[in-house]
Design a protein around this ligand. Structure first.
Ligand SMILES: Cc1cc2nc3c(=O)[nH]c(=O)nc-3n(C[C@H](O)[C@H](O)[C@H](O)COP(=O)(O)OP(=O)(O)OC[C@H]3O[C@@H](n4cnc5c(N)ncnc54)[C@H](O)[C@@H]3O)c2cc1C
Length: 495
């Protein structure tokens, strides 16, 4: 398996196409390091014998041991292992582990290319499997560029004034295609090897040029990554706590006449599958959220419990009650992920795909509760998260001894521990990173309205009406076909 240092080595030798604040920067720029540190966690877990079989899996195309982030789920257990790995890794990173977008894009392409081929006799699936073989052999890391900049939200891709509002095909050549357009909010792109580009929405025939999916090296000619790194205030301080080592970068990805050889093209013109491919990524990603959002709740719950201890209010009944709300948010989301795995389905591609209803209800719940969870932390912690003096005031100067007394509220805690708790609460609840998590919690994987739409289409409302009709005495018997359909497509693959 690829090692962390091999990943660094190839990353730092990539063409310079990353821009921050109007300047081209190398990939070893310190502002990108917090994100790379997060990816390092994923390499460390894969190399740790304790997590073999969880952080690793056996490749379906090479038979070799690979990182689970590159593995196509074959069974319900694979999906649950992915979910557990995301929660485990996210707890270490203090949040988003950033590898699931690539994973979910691979799953979407595996399922989607098979379906496109079955409908139209194309050869995308075989192409994709050949790409996957290289991906597994080299232990590649990818991000997913699905979200187009979208321009005027009320217009379809083909109706936009600026055609680059959505990524589209400019030219089909004998050896490949040429594409242009803007993708936005693309997490992890400046420290990924590959960018997997997928359509973001349903398309009509007039949008055929926008029906395109492919993979490109993240430093391909014509590709620019306009990067916004997010990190914590203390990141550079020697001896900073683990949480402060980690961060994230998101990009506007500009594709300017990028050439993509055919062997990397997985959809080109099949507009009827735009919605399907977009949803395959979104649903797989919503299942991934059932791993990371419980981890965010774990972190917020832990921060709130520590703040309660520092305030010496741990035993107050309102605090105990508030802490149980985190338990509800975390474990309901996690349960939805488990249910999505158990009630998932084997697709024609062989990929075991999560149940869309459970994946969507889990994701919607977490999107709805995220601000409430931050509010719980704020209520328990009080206002110190945004009014505390800077670190230097506690370390040097005339006031440091007074501040050491000031910071202690619970006499059982030292000044040093109390300060660490409040700095942690500030970082978790009131930093740029905290705002990132709030907004990612709402919009990442699709805005709540997208889950609402998915549930509106996919949920069996007729079944519920049948129950009501029977109980109301309109129908003489209850049609139980829905309950009969709730059979797990379960293959127990434990070795
Ligand atoms: C932190 C973060 C990380 C992300 N990482 C990635 C990533 O790695 N890869 C990726 O592909 N994407 C990523 N995203 C993008 C994410 O999927 C989108 O933010 C999400 O799908 C919403 O799209 P948007 O931001 O363009 O908002 P919009 O789609 O513009 O939504 C804003 C509002 O407009 C409404 N709206 C939009 N269109 C219409 C319409 N036609 N009619 C009526 N109402 C409409 C929406 O319902 C919503 O209320 C990330 C987002 C965040 C916040």
């Amino acid at each position: 398996m690829r090692t962390k240092s091999a990943y660094h080595e190839s990353l730092f030798s990539m063409r310079s196409n990353v821009y921050i604040g109007g300047e081209a920067v190398a990939r070893d720029d310190p502002r990108l390091r917090p994100g790379i540190n997060v990816l390092d966690i994923t390499f460390d877990l894969a190399a740790d014998p304790e997590w073999k079989g969880l952080a690793t899996a056996r490749s379906t195309v090479t038979g070799e041991e690979i990182s689970r982030w590159a593995h196509l789920p074959q069974t319900p257990r694979d999906l649950m292992q992915k979910q557990k790995l995301i929660r485990l890794a996210s707890r270490r990173a203090g949040g988003c582990i950033q590898r699931c977008m690539g994973h979910d894009a691979l799953s979407a392409l595996a399922v989607g290319t098979k379906e496109i081929d079955m409908a139209g006799g194309t050869i995308y699936h075989q192409r994709f499997l050949e790409y996957l073989k290289i991906y597994h052999d080299q232990g590649l890391v990818s991000c997913c560029a699905q979200t187009d900049s979208k321009g005027d939200r009320m217009k379809r891709p083909g109706q936009q004034k600026d055609p680059d509002s959505y990524v589209h095909v400019l030219e089909k050549r004998e050896d490949g295609i040429v594409v242009s357009g803007f993708k936005m909010s693309i997490t992890q792109a400046p420290y990924a090897d590959e960018i997997i580009v997928l359509p973001t929405r349903a398309l009509t025939e007039e949008d055929s040029d926008y029906a395109v999916a492919f993979a490109v090296p993240a430093d391909a000619e014509g590709l620019s990554l306009i990067t916004r790194p997010v990190w914590l205030r203390e990141k550079d301080k020697p001896g900073a706590p683990p949480f402060c080592r980690y961060g994230v970068s998101d990009c506007v990805v500009i594709l300017d006449q990028v050439f993509v050889p055919w062997h990397r093209v997985f959809m080109c013109g099949e507009w009827q599958f735009g919605r399907r491919l977009a949803l395959l990524f979104a649903d797989s990603h919503r299942h991934s959220y059932s791993g990371c959002k419980p981890a965010i709740s774990d972190i917020l719950c832990g921060a709130s419990a520590l703040a309660a201890e520092a305030n010496n209010i741990e035993k107050a009944s309102h605090v105990r009650e508030k802490l149980t709300e985190f338990a509800g948010a975390a474990e309901l989301a996690y349960s939805a992920g488990v249910a999505a795995a158990v009630y998932g389905k084997k697709t024609d591609s062989g990929v075991f795909f999560p149940n869309e209803i459970y994946a969507n209800v889990g994701r919607r719940l977490t999107g709805e509760t995220i601000y409430h969870e931050y509010n719980l932390l704020t209520e328990i912690a009080g206002g110190i998260a945004v009014t505390m003096p800077f670190d230097g005031d506690f370390e040097k100067g005339d006031n440091k001894d007074a501040l050491k007394r000031f910071i202690v509220r619970n006499p059982a805690l030292s000044a040093e521990t109390s300060l660490k708790i409040w700095q942690f609460v500030e970082n978790i609840g009131a930093s740029a990173m905290a705002s990132w998590y709030k907004i990612a919690g709402v919009h990442g994987g699709g805005s709540p309205i997208m889950e609402t739409i998915a549930l509106g289409i996919g949920y069996d409302f007729e079944d519920k009406k049948r129950v009501a009709r029977y109980l109301a005495g309109i129908d003489p018997a209850l049609d139980d076909s829905h309950m009969r359909s709730l059979e797990p497509d379960f293959i127990d693959d434990r070795e």
